[in-house]
Design a protein around this ligand. Structure first.
Ligand code: AMP
Length: 624
């Protein structure tokens, strides 16, 4: 691993030299004067003095060489549509969208919330916002009104861009009524809502606030809007993620560092080439979708596929037929999706020509060995696990085959990516641990380019949540347990906090508990994550009713509340109605014991528990 080790060493010990070289991958309107300013840790400023635009790097820059090359392929198996846009066509649509936003006053630094299904206009919207130097906050379509309202209040968007509905599994999933409800709930009100009407269902319009995209677009067919050049350190987007408190955190990303990090990752990690096609099956509402459906492939001059639908419709061959049809070179998905496909007839894969495909990447949750083995033998391509977080914006651990071909080890997402100074620490003393010892996976500051700059509007929360002081130095906590082998490969052993990872999506147990508690007959509730064969982990809840009358339908009512407030993505798979919760003598709920019982394991040491009979009662409820 000589070349990898040298590259990684340089990226940590001479970051200025390393990143100055990688920064040449993008266009700088004004060159930077300082590669890194870490004078105020843990706040790292990359490419200080430089001016650039992510939209320019994703579009305008390619027009000379790639105007007629495909940039975006929007496939919906739900509406049975496929639309292809060349770089020139995508540029034109983004300019039209930017002109609409500009005509309604969106300008540098304004926030624009995007609550959209996987349609081409969502891509236009993201790029148009960045073209104007504004900041987008994309909210996943699976979130409902309360989650949306919390994000509206925190980001205070001048405008919200939405569609009346998405579709999933043949069903229309309305967006507009949830958005209207969220705006109603929010103390802050956006000036305008730009409506992309797909003709899927009727919706109500609020006069003077709601604007129709199609008619606005007609007014701006020939509009060209110049890119606003931002400082490299200006924010590009906010993306909310769950943590241990009920309030989601707005992960704030910069501009120059993010563009450089993505461009570098496309080469060294994804080994992709300009002109090739990338198919990332995530959603634009997640960090993987931001980086590897939209910005990474476009900055790299590739074609990218946006996919609305499930991997099983019209049949389990859909993804592979797209690989064949669009000659996909680079695919990126999640272990849960592969576990879904694993149950289907392997003929769906075997009958397709996958010769264009060079590698298959998986991230977001632990990749179990049977799933990795199955997909590896089904498609006969390298399977590359990679580990990262919403906060980092791009991979932390991965094989970096663009630097050097390294052996794959099942169960490990690989080795530290260039720029990440990874440590396994004793969580109490902060001492670095040797190989084979389980420790807290931490990153020694500064975080590399492209990582979270701060929590939106809350520098204090950024420092207090993520940075731990050990022996006079600050380290970033990933909140994951890990272990390292003798070759320097890392293995992830699960979260150190109460965050659940279900189908690769992060859910905070606190948020779900708060939602369930809002029912007027709930006295107390605890939510834990338990192992699930398909989704890796699922949430389950234990609720104590205030009174035992009318509780026959309580589980259903509580599920409905979570659906309405947070969205189906957060719905626990079961909500058990119980009489008491296991607690320590000091009154803390012993979640570890709840989890063990629900997973049919021994609860272990329960000597600190106040009433051991509670566990027996709960066991009875579960086995009923
Ligand atoms: P999110 O920010 O929603 O992407 O969730 C990040 C969390 O997902 C990490 O802190 C890990 O707990 C988990 N995770 C992401 N990728 C992997 C992976 N390749 N292997 C194991 N866990 C992962």
């Amino acid at each position: 691993m000589g070349k990898y080790l040298d590259t990684h060493y340089q990226s940590i010990h001479e970051p200025e030299v390393f990143w100055a070289e990688e920064a040449k991958r993008i266009h700088w309107e004004t060159p930077f004067s300082q590669v890194l300013d870490y004078s105020s840790p843990p706040f790292a400023k990359w490419f200080v003095g430089g001016k650039t635009s992510i939209c320019y790097n994703a579009l305008d820059r390619h027009l000379i060489e790639r105007a007629n090359q495909t940039a975006l392929i929007a496939v919906s198996v739900e509406t049975n549509t496929e639309q292809t846009y060349t770089y020139q066509e995508l540029y034109t649509e983004v300019n039209r969208m930017a002109a609409i936003l500009k005509s309604y006053g969106v300008s540098k630094g304004d926030r624009v919330l995007i609550y959209m299904p996987m349609v081409a206009q969502a891509c236009f919207a993201m790029l148009a916002v960045l073209r104007l130097g504004a900041i987008h906050s994309v909210v996943f379509g699976g979130f409902a009104s309360h989650s949306l309202a919390a994000r509206i209040e925190d980001a205070q968007p001048k405008m919200i861009i939405t569609a009346e509905a998405g579709m999933r599994g043949g069903k229309v999933v309305p967006y507009k009524p949830l958005l209207d409800e969220a705006i109603e709930l929010s103390a802050y009100k956006p000036e305008h809502v730009l409506m992309v009407s797909r003709g899927l269902c009727a919706f109500e319009t609020t006069p003077n606030r709601d604007i129709d995209y199609a008619s606005e677009r007609n007014k701006h067919l020939d509009s060209l809007v110049p890119c606003v050049w931002l400082d490299a350190t200006d924010p590009s987007y906010i993306l909310y993620t769950s943590g241990t408190t009920g309030k989601p955190k707005g992960v704030q990303r910069d501009t120059g560092g993010y563009a450089v990090a993505l461009a570098t990752s496309m080469d060294y990690i994804f080994c992709a080439k300009p002109g090739q096609t990338m198919f990332c099956t995530s959603d634009i509402g997640w960090v993987v979708g931001h980086g590897y459906i939209i910005y990474g492939p476009l900055i790299h001059g590739m074609a990218t596929i946006m996919f609305e639908g499930t991997p099983l419709k019209p049949d389990a061959g859909i993804w592979w037929s797209l690989v064949e049809k669009y000659k996909v070179s680079t695919m990126f998905s999640s272990p849960t999706a592969i576990r879904v496909l694993k149950k289907q007839d392997p003929q769906f894969i075997a009958q397709r020509d996958l010769s264009s495909l060079e590698a298959f990447f998986l991230a977001g949750e632990p990749l179990d060995e049977p799933t990795a083995q199955w997909i590896s033998s089904a498609i006969q391509k390298p399977i590359i696990d990679n580990y990262w977080q919403t906060e980092t914006g791009w991979p932390i651990l991965a094989l970096q085959r663009g630097i050097e071909v390294m052996p794959n080890k099942f169960g490990s997402p690989g080795v530290p990516v260039f720029g990440y100074n990874m440590k396994l620490l004793d969580d109490v003393s902060g001492k670095e641990l040797p190989a084979h010892a389980k420790g807290l996976l931490a990153i020694e500051g500064p975080l590399p380019p492209g990582c979270m700059q701060t929590v939106w509007g809350d520098d204090k929360r950024f420092v207090s949540t993520y940075w731990q002081g050990f022996e006079g130095r600050l380290v970033y906590s990933t909140f994951d347990w890990g272990i390292k082998d003798d070759d320097g490969y890392f293995f992830i052993l699960g979260r150190t906090d109460d965050v659940i990872n279900t189908a690769g999506h992060r859910l905070g147990t606190r948020e779900i508990e708060e939602s369930i508690s809002s029912h007027n007959n709930v006295a107390e509730v605890a939510v834990v994550g338990i192992a699930d064969e398909l989704k890796g982990q699922v949430a389950i809840a234990f609720a104590i009713p205030k009174n035992n009358e009318n509780i026959a339908n309580l589980e259903k009512e509580l599920m409905r509340i979570v659906d309405q407030q947070l969205g189906p993505v957060a719905r626990p798979s079961r909500i058990y109605i119980v009489e008491a919760l296991p607690k320590t003598r000091s009154g803390k709920i012993v979640r570890r014991a709840l989890q063990a019982i629900a997973e049919h394991r021994d609860p272990g040491d329960i000597s600190t528990m106040e009433d051991k009979n509670v566990l027996i009662q709960i066991q009875n409820v579960i086995s009923q």
